[in-house]
Write a protein that binds this ligand. Structure first.
Ligand code: BGC
Length: 730
């Protein structure tokens, strides 16, 4: 009976839509639709699907080349720089209505930390320890992205990096594998929603796969020497988490991994990603990366480069046109097979079907005013900025500024700057929308204190002519707020620096201001940790605001005035001097006690460790308690700590839980972050934080073949400055 009814329904459908091929019927399962479509495609049509062209003006100065005018209707994907949904629809019409099979184009773009409403840079987001907020903001960013005509974002970047000379530390979530994993997952969940086919979902792209953050010497696009052990324990975990969270696509990276470029690396792209992790979306190469295999010394020409990338597992060629130009020839020579082309096309079509592009290929056009910068997203952008600003130093509680101090000198090149507060990769954001620190302070302190402004100097150069005015306004004021930092182009792609210190002119300005004897609050906006060896000595308070995006000066002023209590903690260590690099909290133990083997000329300890961040209130941690002193591998252990807000203002405290394993077959890091939680604690109140230890997840570790090892023995759980022992039984 059921079968009969199904047949009847099918026949009715066929009668209603007689010409509709199977692949165009939304109710048919995706895999069947793909098979049907593949059967109808010519080899040329299949090869076109494997290519990505660019469309519109390219604003990434690192990627040279004129925008493509001639877009073949059957192209697989476009990098769409335009942000104009009407133009996208025109191009899409070509594909859907003028190509033989009507396969929609997938429009991708670099929406990294916000589309038009710009959020703080990802490194700053990680310092908020607020996964819910990051997820909410990513979903708001997805909505603006969809309305701009983009279906696919090249984000999140989850490259662990322990070398802040590398400019791209700004784009990721810092030095820790777990932090990169969980912030990556929150971002994917925000972008992709509950289903990729939801009207405001975009497909995520995990990048850069893999090990790019290890780029030698912090120089970009370089060689990376990564042992298999560190590949598995440091660089792969964030990607594994992203795949498990359902990330639709992956981008291969520019670096090579101990001699095998990531773009032609069969082990990482196929063995691990596709065979072990069962990723069924597709891999896109990075910009020009297939051709670059020639520079990297593994291919003699473009044809060989294309063959190597494809055989390793890169399904889509980003802007190189190599697949387009050479695949027919490679097929004829039997160097690649039609089966592998079918497999690659299947993966790309799968993402298009999942996004619902066959049913809804066009962007809905709504009024420009309703597309972007909606009150809710502006509010959330400000919240995230508030929670990502780190109070690094606050001697004598100089912050928040006392209401008794009526004259504030606001000095420095960042004070009235909009552009640089945006950070790198600013999507379709406009600097006009960014609030400066000056205007944020003006609003915050209106009728409360007088602001005396002087620029003092530029970000670099040696022009000291503005010092005099700066010293004058400082002398006329009760306190000096000096706003320094990096230009936005000093971090991000192709923006490595040999030193983490700010240009001498900025340091000199503070040195001169210090001579006035007035207290100094240093506000820093930058895309990487800064070397503060000298500046720290001149400053009574230091506020790291990173690159906060559109909210700019509003949250900064709120923290300076005390309206907002800072709650961020560093997701990356600040070395004291550049020469300490690499320095990160989860190092392996040394052979001799710490004072041996240390630097003789400088301290070996960094200035501010991962996890450092002050508040305007104080927290007291109770003695942590374990549910049991020993567990079996199949059991779970609960550890709890009570945190009391012992100060006068409400605060948000992030409790970070670490594990250490002092004896194991492969030496383990001194401690490893396994869980964190951020909760609001009103003044005078206490809140209990709980971490449930799951031995297979939290105590096991990878060996160099990627097998998880769980060894019985003594472990410690660390919270605050406590270290609590427990035993894992056999
Ligand atoms: C960058 C990627 C980016 C791509 C497309 C490359 O140069 O490395 O992160 O997604 O360009 O713009």
């Amino acid at each position: 009976m059921v079968k009969f009814l199904t047949l009847l329904a099918f026949c009715c459908f066929q009668l209603a839509y007689p010409q509709q091929p199977l692949y165009k019927q939304a109710e048919i399962p995706i895999e069947k639709r793909i098979k049907d479509l593949l059967k109808r495609m010519t080899v040329e049509e299949k090869i076109l699907q494997l290519n990505q062209y660019k469309l519109g003006a390219n604003t990434n100065i690192n990627n040279i080349g004129a925008a493509s005018n001639e877009i073949p209707a059957g192209i697989g994907s476009l990098i769409y720089f335009g942000g104009d949904p009407e133009f996208r629809n025109q191009i899409q019409k070509k594909a859907v209505e003028e190509s033989r099979l009507g396969i929609p184009i997938l429009f991708g773009y670099d929406i990294i930390h916000g589309c038009r409403t710009l959020y703080p840079i990802p490194l700053a987001q990680a310092c908020s320890w607020n996964l819910d907020l990051v997820k909410t903001n990513s979903s708001m960013s997805a909505k603006e992205t969809v309305l701009s005509g983009v279906d696919w974002v090249f984000s999140p970047m989850i490259d662990v990096s322990r070398d802040p000379r590398w400019g791209r530390v700004a784009e990721g979530y810092g030095e820790d594998p777990y932090v990169n994993a969980v912030f990556g997952v929150a971002t994917i969940q925000g972008y992709q929603g509950t289903s990729l086919s939801d009207p405001y979902s975009v497909a995520a792209c995990l990048k850069h796969y893999v090990g790019y953050g290890m780029s030698e010497g912090g120089r970009d696009y370089r060689y990376s020497n990564i042992s298999k052990q560190s590949l598995w324990e440091t660089y792969l975990p964030s990607f594994e988490a992203g795949i498990n969270a359902g990330a639709a696509t992956v981008m291969s990276s520019f670096n090579d991994i101990s001699g095998i470029p990531a773009t032609s690396n069969y082990y990482t792209l196929t063995e691990i990603l596709k065979k072990r992790w069962k990723h069924d979306g597709f891999v896109v190469s990075d910009w020009n990366a297939i051709e670059q295999l020639i520079n990297q010394g593994v291919a003699q020409d473009k044809k060989e480069a294309g063959m190597k990338a494809f055989l390793a597992g890169v399904e889509m060629d980003m802007i190189d046109n190599i697949y387009l130009e050479h695949f027919k020839e490679l097929l004829a020579e039997k160097k690649i097979s039609i089966q592998s082309i079918d497999e690659a096309v299947t993966r790309i079509l799968r993402v298009k079907f999942r996004l619902g592009l066959f049913e809804n290929p066009y962007t809905t056009i709504i009024e420009k005013e309703k597309r972007y910068l909606q009150p809710e997203s502006i509010k959330n952008a400000a919240k995230l900025a508030e929670e990502s600003i780190v109070l690094l130093k606050n001697e004598n509680n100089i912050l928040p500024i006392s209401p008794l101090l009526k004259k504030i000198a606001l000095v420095g090149p960042m004070a009235k700057d909009k552009q640089n507060l945006m950070g790198s990769w600013s999507g379709y954001a406009k600097s006009a929308d960014v609030e400066t620190i000056f205007s944020g302070m003006e609003k915050e302190f209106s009728n409360k204190a007088q602001l005396n402004y002087a620029k003092g100097c530029d970000f670099d150069g040696d022009d000291e002519s503005g010092f005099e005015e700066a010293i004058k306004v400082a002398n006329q004021s009760d306190i000096i707020v000096v706003c320094l930092g990096e230009r936005r182009v000093w971090s991000g792609e192709n923006a490595s620096r040999s030193t983490l210190s700010l240009p001498i002119i900025q340091e000199k300005l503070v040195e001169e201001l210090k001579k006035t004897g007035k207290p100094i609050v240093l506000i820093l906006s930058n895309g990487r940790p800064i070397e503060l060896e000298r500046l720290e000595k001149f400053s009574d308070a230091i506020l790291e605001i990173w690159q906060p995006g559109v909210a700019g000066g509003t949250p900064v002023a709120g923290i300076v005035s005390g309206r907002i209590n800072p709650s961020a903690k560093l997701a990356i260590t600040f070395p004291l001097v550049t020469g300490q690099i690499p320095t990160y909290y989860n190092m392996r133990p040394s052979a001799r006690e710490a004072k041996l083997g240390a630097y003789q000329d400088k301290p070996t300890e960094p200035l501010y460790w991962f996890g450092h961040g002050l508040s305007y209130t104080t927290y007291k941690y109770s003695e942590a308690t374990l549910s049991s002193p020993r567990i079996k591998p199949s059991e779970k252990l609960t550890v709890q700590v009570k945190v009391t807000n012992t100060g006068d203002v409400s605060g948000k405290e992030s409790v970070l839980w670490y594990i250490s394993d002092p004896v194991s077959s492969i030496s383990r890091p001194l401690k490893e972050l396994k869980f964190f939680e951020k909760k609001e604690i009103p003044a005078g109140n206490e809140v209990v934080y709980t971490f449930e230890i799951d031995p297979n997840r939290d105590l096991a570790y990878y060996d160099e073949e990627g097998h998880k090892i769980l060894e019985p023995g003594i472990f410690y759980v660390h919270v605050d400055d406590q270290k609590i022992k427990f035993e894992l039984l056999k």
